[in-house]
Design a protein around this ligand. Structure first.
Ligand code: HEC
Length: 445
C-alpha cells in the first residue's frame, strides 16, 4: 500500500497544479485528476462521475479564490462546501443573484465577493467522515487513476413542481439554484450578455455581421441544483444526513438533483444526478414514465463510499439530439422535470434564444416538448405551436417524434435568422434585467 502511494503521488500533485492550486509537499493531495474531455463522447457515464467528483470536492474559502478545490480535504469531509457552490449564482427573478444584476449593470470581477449570496450548503455532521474511509488509499488511487417550461400560462392543466422561470420550486417546498463557473461568467462579461439591452444589442450586431454566433469557451460549465425542504416533503429525520444540506430562510433543505452542463462538446455534455431515495424515472415505483433515465455504465466511484455523496445516483447523460438512426434522445429528472419528464435537456435548451427586437423565441420550451410528447401539452396546442403537418390528419398522433428543433423556429420565410441561440443557456435570456443606466462604451458594438 505504501508503495502504491509513492507511485501515484507525483501524478496527483501534477493534477492539482492543473486545477490551479498548489499543495504543500507534506500535505496529502486529495484532488482528483481533471476529467478528460474526450470521455464526454467515449465514456459518458465515467465523464459524468468525474465531473461529479470535481464539482463536489470541498471548495477553497471563496474569499481566497472562487471555484477552486481545497486539495487538503477529501471529498465528503464534514462541514465542507462543494466547489460548484463557490461559483457565481445566476440568481432568481426576484433575487438578482451575482450575475444578472438589478438595473442591468455589469457584474464585478470573478473573485469579488461584495454581492450578498445565499448561504451555501455543506456536508452534514452526522454523515460518516470521509477521512476515516479514505484511510484506504488504494480505493482512492484506483478511482483517481480511472482517472421552464416554466411559463405555465399556456399549459396550466399540468402542475410541474419546478418553475425555473424564476428558479424557485413553488408551493411544494423546494427551490432551484443555477451557478456558473469562471469561463462562463467571463464570457458573459466580455460579450456584455448580462442585461436584456445587452442581449438585444448583441443580436443586432450579429445580424449586421459585427459579432459571431454565441459560442461559449470549451471550459464553460453550469449547474442547476434542486433542493427539497425536509419538513414539507416529510423526509424522515434519520434520512436528513444522507443528503448534502443547505439552510435557507431558516429551513433545512437537502440536495435532491444536480444537473451538470459542460461545453466539453459543441452541443454541451448533459448529466443529471439525484438522491437515491428520490424517484427514478422508469423505476418499479413509477413504471409508466420510461426512457428518461439511463443505465449507469460506469457506476459510482469507490472513493464516494462512506461519504454523503454515496447516496447520489447518475440519472443519465446526453450528448446528442438523436441517435445515429434518428431516435430522439431523452433525459430528465422526476422532480425537476415533474409534469414533463418525457423530455430532452438538449432539445429544450436549444430554444434558448435572443433577438434584435428583444426577447427570445415565443413558447420555445413548449415547442420542444411538442416534438417528443405532445400529449403533455395537448394535441390542439401543439398543432398550433409546431404546425399541422407534423400530425396525422384527424388523429391525436404525431407523425414522428423528433429530437432536433425545427429550423423554422429560428429563421423567417426569407431565411433570415430571427432568433439567435444563446448556446443552449437558458439562464441568460431568462434572467437578464433591463438597463437603467448607460452600459460601458465597449458594449456598444
Ligand atoms: C422544457 C424545457 C427544459 C428541459 C426539458 C430542461 N431544461 Fe434545463 N432549464 C430550462 C430553463 C427554462 C432554465 C432556466 C431557468 C433556470 O435556470 O432555472 C434551465 C436551466 C438549466 C440549467 C442552468 C444553466 C442555464 O443557463 O441554462 C442547467 C444546468 C440545466 N437547465 C440543465 C438541464 C438538464 C441536465 C436537463 C435534462 C435532464 C434539463 N435542463 C432539461 C429548461 C429546460
Amino acid at each position: 500500500m505504501v508503495k502504491a502511494f509513492h507511485l501515484i503521488a507525483p501524478l496527483l500533485l501534477s493534477s492539482a497544479l492543473f486545477q490551479g492550486v498548489a499543495v504543500a509537499a507534506t500535505d496529502h493531495n486529495y484532488c482528483q485528476s481533471a476529467p478528460l474531455r474526450s470521455d464526454a463522447v467515449d465514456y459518458p457515464s465515467k465523464h459524468a462521475w468525474d465531473l461529479f467528483l470535481m464539482l463536489n470536492h470541498p471548495a477553497l474559502d471563496r474569499r481566497i479564490a472562487r471555484g477552486q478545490p481545497d486539495c487538503t480535504k477529501p471529498i465528503g469531509q464534514t462541514g465542507s462546501t462543494a466547489v460548484w457552490e463557490s461559483w457565481r449564482n445566476a440568481g432568481k427573478i426576484d433575487v438578482p443573484g451575482e450575475v444578472f444584476l438589478e438595473g442591468g449593470t455589469e457584474p464585478p470581477d470573478w473573485n469579488d465577493n461584495t454581492i450578498k449570496d445565499e448561504k451555501p450548503g455543506s456536508v452534514p455532521p452526522a454523515a460518516v467522515d470521509a477521512m476515516s474511509v479514505l484511510g484506504n488509499i488504494e480505493a482512492f488511487a484506483s478511482s483517481s487513476a480511472d482517472a421552464s417550461f416554466h411559463d405555465l400560462a399556456l399549459i396550466d392543466r399540468i402542475n410541474p413542481q419546478f418553475s425555473p422561470g424564476d428558479g424557485v420550486f413553488k408551493g411544494k417546498g423546494a427551490f432551484g439554484e443555477t451557478r456558473m463557473n469562471r469561463a462562463t461568467y467571463e464570457f458573459i462579461k466580455k460579450n456584455c450578455l448580462w442585461s436584456a439591452n445587452g442581449l438585444r444589442r448583441y443580436a443586432e450586431a450579429f445580424l449586421e455581421g459585427k459579432k459571431p454566433a454565441i459560442q461559449f469557451p470549451t471550459d464553460s460549465m453550469e449547474v442547476k441544483a434542486a433542493w427539497i425542504d425536509f419538513e414539507t416533503q416529510k423526509i424522515p429525520q434519520d434520512k436528513w444526513d444522507t443528503y448534502y444540506v443547505a439552510e435557507y430562510n431558516g429551513r433545512k433543505f437537502g440536495l435532491e438533483t444536480l444537473h451538470i452542463l459542460t461545453k466539453d462538446i459543441p452541443d454541451w455534455f448533459w448529466a443529471s444526478f439525484h438522491h437515491k431515495d428520490q424517484l427514478s424515472i422508469g423505476s418499479a415505483k413509477d413504471p409508466i414514465i420510461k426512457g428518461a433515465e439511463h443505465e449507469d455504465a460506469f457506476g459510482r466511484p469507490k472513493i464516494l463510499d462512506g461519504t454523503v455523496w454515496q447516496n447520489y445516483v447518475l440519472g443519465g447523460t446526453q450528448i446528442e439530439f438523436e441517435s445515429s438512426v434518428g431516435v430522439p434522445s431523452q433525459l430528465s429528472d422526476a422532480v425537476v422535470e415533474k409534469g414533463f419528464v418525457t423530455s430532452s435537456c438538449i432539445t429544450c435548451h436549444a430554444t434558448a434564444t435572443i433577438s434584435a427586437k428583444g426577447g427570445g423565441m415565443p413558447e420555445g420550451q413548449q415547442k420542444a416538448i411538442c416534438l417528443l410528447s405532445p400529449e403533455t401539452i395537448g394535441y390542439d396546442d401543439c398543432r398550433k405551436l409546431i404546425g399541422d403537418r407534423y400530425f396525422v390528419p384527424g388523429k391525436d398522433e404525431i407523425v414522428s417524434t423528433r429530437g432536433a428543433p425545427l429550423p423554422e423556429w429560428y429563421y423567417d420565410k426569407s431565411d433570415k435568422l430571427t432568433y439567435l441561440p444563446t448556446d443552449f443557456l437558458y439562464s441568460i435570456p431568462q434572467r437578464a434585467q433591463v438597463e437603467t443606466s448607460s452600459p460601458p462604451v465597449r458594449c456598444i458594438w
